[in-house]
Design a protein around this ligand. Structure first.
Ligand SMILES: CC(C)(COP(=O)(O)OP(=O)(O)OC[C@H]1O[C@@H](n2cnc3c(N)ncnc32)[C@H](O)[C@@H]1OP(=O)(O)O)[C@@H](O)C(=O)NCCC(=O)NCCS
Length: 288
């Protein structure tokens, strides 16, 4: 196999690169027009990474041929994106860009697509395939009734960032600010008799008018199923909702039994199998 990664110059991405980055994403059907009732999700997401985290591009022949980004969660370096231009796949560009993005980070994590080149590159970078991340979609009215012991409250990103740091040790104030800034974002807190038991963000989507549950984190040790149902109901806002549920999550059989459909899947990998509790975390696959 020829290694065309050699002559490509890896450099920091700037906001001026975003249109070219979007062209590469669109070529992999990871970006596209905003659907009626949807919002631009990808544009602000890329800007957040360029301005607040670490985004690199591979420049070759006067253009950009690959893009990748990482963020440090305080617990791990998370590979958020890695995309090579379709005409240059399998030539070493992805592997070289990944090395530059991960540097010597001791704990690494990512969500791999079904592209056959993705998982081998991540395994060689020290990550182990752990769980499927199943994208489940369904209607609010399909959800079982919410436990009467739970209440759901509006929340601020600052209080949710403090709660996350208390529960996991991860300091994510900048990302909470971003999630709350997304168009039609809905930060919320679920409480039980002991106090906060889960929090998350509902958000709009780009490809459809339905909503997404953008992360749900549940208090360590708590029964995860009732707060997951409450979080899905809140994020759905009475309509359709999509969420990423990890394979071992006990809510998975319940949601499938209620008629939720698997619409896509990714593979979660990490160098540390204890990085997240798959029963008590519905991740944002781009940002963990
Ligand atoms: C995934 C992706 C970023 C990898 O970048 P790339 O430049 O194409 O990949 P590389 O050439 O650097 O490395 C691919 C490796 O996988 C290996 N590989 C390919 N198919 C394989 C298979 N079926 N089994 C095992 N290894 C395989 C190749 O041999 C190569 O390893 P080598 O460098 O030791 O020869 C790129 O293919 C891509 O953009 N894919 C489409 C978008 C996507 O799915 N991105 C990933 C999001 S998680």
């Amino acid at each position: 196999m020829t290694d065309a990664g050699g002559p490509a110059a890896i450099r920091q991405a700037t906001v001026d690169d975003i249109p070219e980055i979007r062209r590469i994403l669109a070529a992999h059907e990871e970006d596209g027009p905003v659907a009626p009732g949807g919002v631009d999700i990808i544009g602000p997401y890329l800007r957040h990474f360029v301005e607040r985290h670490r985004s690199l591009v591979s420049a070759l022949d006067g253009g950009i041929v690959a893009y990748g980004s990482v963020l440090d969660t305080g617990m791990a370096r998370m590979l958020s994106d890695l995309f090579v231009e379709p005409g240059r796949l399998g030539q070493g560009l992805g592997r070289r860009l990944l090395t530059a993005l991960l540097e010597d980070a001791p704990v690494r994590a990512t969500f791999a697509s079904s592209d056959p080149r993705a998982l081998p590159v991540y395994v060689r970078a020290g990550m182990t395939p752990l769980w499927l991340c199943l994208y489940l979609e369904g209607d609010a009215e399909q959800l079982p009734p919410i436990a009467p012991t739970l209440t759901v409250w509006d929340a601020t990103p600052d209080e949710l960032a403090i709660l996350e740091e208390t529960w996991t040790g991860a300091a994510r104030l900048v990302d909470h600010g971003f999630w709350a800034s997304q168009t039609r974002a809905d930060p919320f807190l679920v409480k039980d008799a002991e106090g906060p038991v889960a929090f998350g963000y509902g958000r709009a989507r780009q490809v459809t008018a339905s909503r997404a549950l953008n992360r749900l984190l549940i208090r360590p040790g708590a029964d995860p199923v009732p707060p997951i149902l409450a979080g899905l109901a809140r994020a759905a806002g009475g309509g359709r909702v999509q969420a990423c549920v990890l394979g071992p999550n006990p809510a998975l059989p319940l949601l499938l039994g209620a008629g939720f459909h698997v619409v896509d899947h990714d593979q979660f990998l990490s160098s540390d199998p204890s990085l997240v509790d798959p029963a008590r975390f519905l991740p944002n696959p781009g940002m963990l």
